[in-house]
Design a protein around this ligand. Sequence first.
Ligand code: NDP
Length: 315
Amino acid sequence: MPDSSIEKINCLIIGSGPAGYTAAIYASRANLKPVLYTGKEPGGQLTITNDVENYPGYPQGVMGPQMMEDFKNQAIRFGTDIRYEMITKVDFSSTPHKIWSETGHEIHANTVIIATGASAKWLGLESEQKLMNKGVSACAVCDGFFFRGQEVAIVGAGDTAAEEATYLAKLCKKVHLLVRRDEMRASKIMQERVFKTENLQVYWNTETIEILGEEGVEGAKIKNVLTGEISVLPVTGFFVAIGHKPNTELFEGQITLEENKYIKAVPGRSFTNVEGVFVCGDAQDHIYRQAVTAAGTGCMAALDAERYLSERNIV
Ligand code: NDP
């Protein structure tokens, strides 16, 4: 039975990764009494990673899910109202903005902070799913360190794959870059870096058939699609760098998106083209995509929301 009463709030946060929770911590401490909807993957992308060693303040490293639990508890400590539900519809055509949750609950919010993140694209192999976080990763900057001195493979042919392959080559004994066509989409300068790196071998027209191993990666079975030749690479790490998809479908038609579907923010700020709607984290960032940068922009969005409300004497 849908809930028919309308709830009026000052600040709605959509998303529960580092950006959303940081926005929640700042908004709660500024007395905006934020309500945060977690979405279907509470904690976001970090809940599908293992060790996080590059987030400042955790000298011994921390497990991704634990870190997000810490973020959440910090937000709760200052009074954030956390709801484990999806937002399924928004109407930003007038203020306050109207938002509906999956149960049909209607909210009128003076400010909305979008922190819905992005999702890595995967190859869709069963073995990839099975070995995720056991040697299969979509983030070389996050996980490359765990494979130093080892052989790894990376799939993709865009700027991310080129950048991550050269990054991995600095840490690993050998990097095998698997490209599905006979050319790379990456910019020429990035490609040149790839070709110049001695311990980086490019495999053209190559697809992955299976990632081998049970509890960890023990190899990758690949196929040259032109010759049909199948071979096994002796790798212990397997990186997927075939792009990310921002979680922004909900906002199509309501807010200006970039051509690549990321939300368009005013450079260096969290403002969108809609008054009172702010964006932070990976939903607006296809370049850095780090927990710490997401958290930083979450802070910016909450500060911008707070200023927006106080300039209008709303709080
Ligand atoms: P892109 O969408 O640019 O590239 C994805 C790549 O993955 C393509 O080459 C594609 O192959 C390949 N791919 C897709 N699906 C599969 C599959 N199933 N199997 C094998 N390969 C597959 O994503 P990126 O993340 O590389 O880049 C996103 C954006 O960010 C781009 O605009 C990029 O320029 C930018 N960027 C810029 C950087 C910089 O300037 N330093 C760094 C990183 C990203 P195919 O070519 O055959 O379609």
